[in-house]
Design a protein around this ligand. Structure first.
Ligand code: SF4
Length: 239
């Protein structure tokens, strides 16, 4: 954890409420991951994200959370399906803020396990029915759209194991592009991705330096989505 953050008298966090391809949603609790080193971030992925995010917030969590929910993405942290809501909200309890955020996005709290884990570790309370919610002003745009299942569909073509967000996100982007181009239906193998494949060999297909021992592997850490598209489509053409 950053020493500057640990020494702060009062910490204000400014997360964007948006979808996330691995944790379903990201907001206050997950925003604290921005206060740790890149090495620690990689470890978080190998530890499964949800538990370390919850535990991190027992070490330090924001004193005030001001959420940018103006134009967060429907289902993906890197954008692509922004949903204009013209909304911001603030609170003192990160668990409560995240619980509120899941509802705004049409999810159940159980869809985002680190929220209940953080509550069980006494980071805050998700009892929204006991919260005092004050609306300062209202917007006239009406309901927000419920996230689509497109990322979930793309994930069925993958075999992730402790994959970093950027890497997995790039792969989801690549597979979505391939679907757009009509080549995805001809991909007859799942794509391995993630740190658990380091040092492993085999005849499988993988992307990222972690899968360098595989027969078919694309280098990079993380590889760009466009390179993944070319790599995978080249393999399809070879078969
Ligand atoms: S190759 Fe991908 S999964 Fe492996 S360490 Fe790099 S970014 Fe993470």
């Amino acid at each position: 954890m950053s020493q500057t953050i640990m020494q702060a008298d009062f910490l204000i966090s400014l997360p964007v409420l948006k979808g996330h391809c691995q944790t379903t949603m990201t907001c206050a609790l997950k925003n604290m991951k921005g206060c740790i080193s890149d090495t620690s971030k990689r470890k978080f992925h190998s530890w499964g994200l949800h538990e370390p995010i919850a535990v991190l917030n027992t070490i330090k969590h924001a004193d005030l959370v001001i959420v940018d929910s103006l134009n967060g993405d429907l289902d993906f942290e890197e954008g692509g399906n922004p949903v204009q809501t013209n909304r911001m909200f603030a609170g003192l309890d990160s668990v409560l803020i995240d619980t509120f955020g899941t509802h705004l996005m049409g999810f159940d709290v159980s869809d985002v396990p680190y929220i209940s884990l953080a509550e069980s570790l006494h980071v805050g309370s998700g009892r929204i029915e006991q919260a005092a919610i004050v609306e300062l002003n209202s917007d006239s745009q009406g309901e927000t759209a419920r996230p689509t299942g497109r990322v979930q569909t793309m994930s069925t073509y993958t075999l992730p194991s402790s994959a970093c967000s950027a890497c997995f996100g790039n792969l989801i982007h690549a597979l979505a592009r391939m679907e757009d181009r009509g080549s995805l239906s001809r991909l007859d193998r799942k794509v391995h991705i993630g740190q658990d494949y380091r040092g492993k060999s085999g005849c499988g297909l993988g992307v990222g330096v972690c899968t360098s021992g595989f027969t078919h592997s694309l280098a990079g850490c993380p590889p760009k989505a466009v390179d993944m598209v070319h790599f995978l489509e080249h393999l399809i053409e070879e078969n």
